[in-house]
Design a protein around this ligand. Structure first.
Ligand code: CTP
Length: 224
């Protein structure tokens, strides 16, 4: 039935999961993303007939059935390189990854030891913004972003949609019940000039609803 939603033969590139930013050979900065939402979107897109490429951060998840290609990465810079490498062949890009905004400026190839000078100071520098870099390309795919917000969800999401020049943005409220690393989720879907609330549901179900909206908007947007 989802094939009717119109992703048959459409090339969809998805990034998913967290990124890990190494400090030394045994320590890293990470986040609580499980990758479940991105993997559920990849599964739903494949089910809808899309040719799916999945760039995955460090997650313990099996590749969903029907996903044509999976590229495993660890850091934000590796994820950026893998996405940029694949994006020229994508009709739709879905940025579901929780990309670390910062990495440590100086990776230590040796384990940092405790010493008389006390706790080390970590200097952080900004990572590339994968979503913004894809949206800035010309020509570019149909671009869908995600946003995790703790407050004023709709307002922050609208601002992010415009600032990053996205075609669609799926925002979720992060609290103790849903969002990052949870099994269910609710989404505020927005696009230029409109929006829709997708009510709380298991991530697989929500992903199917999201993919159906992406398919409809992509069909209206795509160059003829
Ligand atoms: N994203 C990305 N590359 C980054 C940071 C974020 O591709 N370096 C993408 C995420 O995959 C997600 C979207 O941007 O689709 C929103 O990420 P978020 O961190 O919430 O947005 P920011 O613009 O960094 O805004 P803020 O941190 O102020 O919420």
């Amino acid at each position: 039935m989802w094939r009717e939603a119109g992703l048959g033969g459409v090339r969809v590139l998805i990034d998913a999961g967290p990124t890990y930013e190494d400090i030394d050979p045994v320590r890293f900065l990470g986040n609580r993303s499980s990758g479940k939402m991105g993997f559920a979107v990849a599964a739903a897109a494949a089910e809808a007939g899309a040719q799916v490429s999945l760039v995955a951060g460090p997650v313990a998840l099996a590749t969903p059935p029907g996903v044509a290609r999976r590229i495993d990465v660890r850091s934000a810079r590796q994820m950026h390189a893998a996405v940029m490498d694949a994006v020229a062949d994508a009709d739709v890009f879905i940025a579901a990854a929780a990309v670390a905004d910062w990495r440590v400026a100086d990776y230590s190839p040796r384990k940092i030891k405790k010493g008389p000078t006390g706790a080390p100071t970590l200097v952080l520098i900004e990572n590339p913004d994968i979503l913004a870099d894809v949206a800035a390309r010309d020509p570019r795919p149909f671009v869908v972003g995600f946003a995790a917000e703790t407050d004023r969800v709709a307002e922050h999401a609208r601002e992010k949609l415009e600032r990053k020049k996205l075609d669609m943005l799926a925002a979720n409220r992060v609290d103790e019940h849903a969002g990052i690393a949870a099994d269910d989720n609710a989404l505020e879907l927005i696009w230029p000039g409109g929006g829709e609330s997708l009510p709380r549901a298991p991530k697989a179900e929500l992903a199917r609803a999201l993919v159906a909206r992406i398919a409809a908007h992509y069909q209206a947007w795509k160059p003829v």
